[in-house]
Design a protein around this ligand. Sequence first.
Ligand code: F6R
Length: 242
Amino acid sequence: MQLKIYKTHHDLSDAAANEIVELVNCKSNPVLCLASGDTPKLTCRLFVEKAKSQQLDLSNLTFIGLDEWVGVPPENNGSCHYFFRHELLDPLDFPVKNVYLFDAMSGDLQDECRKMDNAILEKGGIDLMIVGIGMNGHVGFNEPGVLFGNYSHVIDLDETTISVGQKYFKTPVNLQKGITLGLNHLQHSKKVLMLANGEKKSGVIKKTIEDEVSPAFPASIMQTHANGLVMVDEAAAGLLKH
Ligand code: F6R
């Protein structure tokens, strides 16, 4: 794992967007997996700008959504689905056939997990995974205590996730469960970027990098990834020893 500290959120978002550009330019059938949320929003916007100005050919790019709130419909603007559509896929006229998002309204969520795992396998694995970090150290909806060996699964959301998650919604929502790629997918992704910005993330970034690797703090798995890069702005790096 490597750590890179950028002056601002914009600088780190620009660098992350360039990583996606490089992926598209260098690989014939690239597979990108992205988290939603406040952190990667600017990365998405900058990537959309770059893709348009550089007229990138995205026809062979596969897009995988990292997770979704169970029971929240795609048209709800707090859903991950809505984020992916509005921040990335629609502005790029992204080919629908290359998009894999969990249907968190499905009556058979186990089948959703199976379909996602099979799709990732068929596509030859994830080339670039870009994740954020939750205030409890979660990655995707891999909550504290999760097994590192998990593939896609449905999980009870942690108290912190339930309360912090309200920020995405216009009115309070009953959040109980999430459906998410597992940390096994992260471990097997060819490259992983973990993005964090702002002082509020400084405590969790310190734990991610300086504490022992443990399922009690899922983000610590980044330490074990040979091609993992933690990208933070100066505010999020504020509590690091070095
Ligand atoms: C969302 C996701 C979550 C977020 C995390 C940080 O798809 O996977 O793990 O990355 O909760 O969220 P923000 O970026 O809003 O601070």
